[in-house]
Design a protein around this ligand. Structure first.
Ligand SMILES: Nc1ncnc2c1ncn2[C@@H]1O[C@H](COP(=O)(O)OP(=O)(O)OP(=O)(O)O)[C@@H](O)[C@H]1O
Ligand SMILES: [Mg+2]
Length: 343
């Protein structure tokens, strides 16, 4: 017991995978302790003040269902911070939750950021964490953390390709000697898949569905390859006259809806491969490509990409956790932080 207390007081260094869809928090020596949607529910009172009602899973349940004075906000959008104040409040909430409030000491924090963000945005993330109570903040780029979490030996001179398909962005990185030799970030990932499904259902069935319904459709029958047997589900929404209506949607229809975003991801990977120095390109032929992020869980996306880029493609174990695993590893091995942190 006494020992537990001791740990609580002194090893409070933590890492945050600040994702567009999900935020994962790890504590040194303890691994991942929080895994919740990046959503904040805010209530506006009549004096114009905002009160946070819920953060994480509880707040996500409120999306699209909230009464007028309550708003469920996703403060991160397209892999960048869309609402600074809410992001800061969310970071603060997670820091306090991770440290159980009682033993709260200003921790050192590693934050994982999308590779594509600007200097101004980097500074904003840092300031958010500092003002949320961090003592020191290190930024690590998401493709690097994803690669480490997927078990890629990033310090080796060999070239490895990782493709992290998250909620807001797909990030493609080539690692070698502890750095990102090449990388590319596009705003085509899980959220865009959902939007394509919304558009498809509206155009083909005249039915309006919300983001959460679209995400559920994707999770249930989303596929990148033709399935041996079509899966059909019932989908409820609102038709053009405003009435509630139910349609039948097939996995083949959803595959058609998702073709375009999948093509864009494949094209981005090809562009990175084309820019690779020849020696590293040789390594990649042997090592193949590793997929991480929630988007990697779409049925057959690995096969689809493998056919398109003509290289072996595999999905990392637990792709949704890969980035957080990576940051946990960095927490536990300070040397690794020195190698990869570019601050
Ligand atoms: N089984 C699944 N099949 C398809 N998509 C899934 C599955 N599980 C989760 N997803 C999708 O993965 C996305 C979230 O992935 P992830 O947590 O890696 O994103 P993130 O890290 O929050 O976002 P980003 O890295 O872009 O900031 C969501 O769009 C979610 O719908
Ligand atoms: Mg992510």
């Amino acid at each position: 017991m006494i020992f537990d207390k001791f740990i609580g007081l002194f090893s409070n260094d933590m890492a945050i995978d600040l994702g567009t869809a999900n935020t994962l928090v790890s504590i040194k020596g303890k691994g991942i302790i929080i895994n919740e949607p990046s959503v904040v529910a805010v209530q506006h009172d009549r004096y114009g003040r905002d009160k946070i009602l819920a953060v994480g899973s509880e707040a996500k349940m409120m999306i699209g269902k909230t009464p007028v004075n309550i708003q469920a906000v996703r403060p991160m959008k397209d892999g960048v911070i869309a609402d600074f104040e809410m992001t800061e409040r969310m970071i603060r909430y997670f820091i306090e939750k991770a440290h159980n409030r009682k033993s709260f000491i200003r921790p050192r924090i590693i934050i994982c950021i999308p590779h594509g963000i600007t200097q101004v945005e980097r500074k904003a993330v840092k300031e958010s964490a500092l003002s949320a109570g961090a003592r020191e903040v290190f930024l690590v780029e998401e493709p690097m953390a994803a690669a480490i979490g997927a078990g890629i030996p990033v310090s080796s001179p060999d070239g490895y390709v990782v493709v992290d398909i998250g909620g807001g962005t797909t990030e493609i990185g080539v690692t070698s000697l502890g750095g990102l030799v090449l990388s590319k970030s596009i705003k085509v990932a899980g959220d865009r898949f959902d939007k394509s499904i919304i558009d498809y259902v509206r155009q083909n069935f005249n039915l309006y569905i919300g983001e959460r319904t679209a995400e559920n459709i994707k999770l249930e029958i989303g596929t990148a390859i033709k399935l041996p047997k079509d899966i059909i589900i019932k989908v409820k929404g609102r038709d053009s006259t405003g009435l509630l209506s139910t349609i039948e949607l097939s996995s083949e229809g959803v595959r058609n809806a998702l073709k375009e975003p999948f093509k864009e991801i494949s094209l981005a990977v090809r562009q990175v491969l084309e820019e690779m120095p020849p020696d590293l390109a040789g390594d990649v032929v042997d090592n193949g490509v590793v997929l991480t992020g929630g988007g990697a869980l779409i049925r057959g996306l690995d096969k689809y990409l493998a056919t398109d880029i003509k290289l072996p493609v595999r999905v990392a174990d637990e792709p949704l956790l890969a980035v957080a695993y990576g940051t946990s590893k960095v927490l536990d091995e300070e040397k690794l932080l020195q190698v990869i942190s570019n601050e």
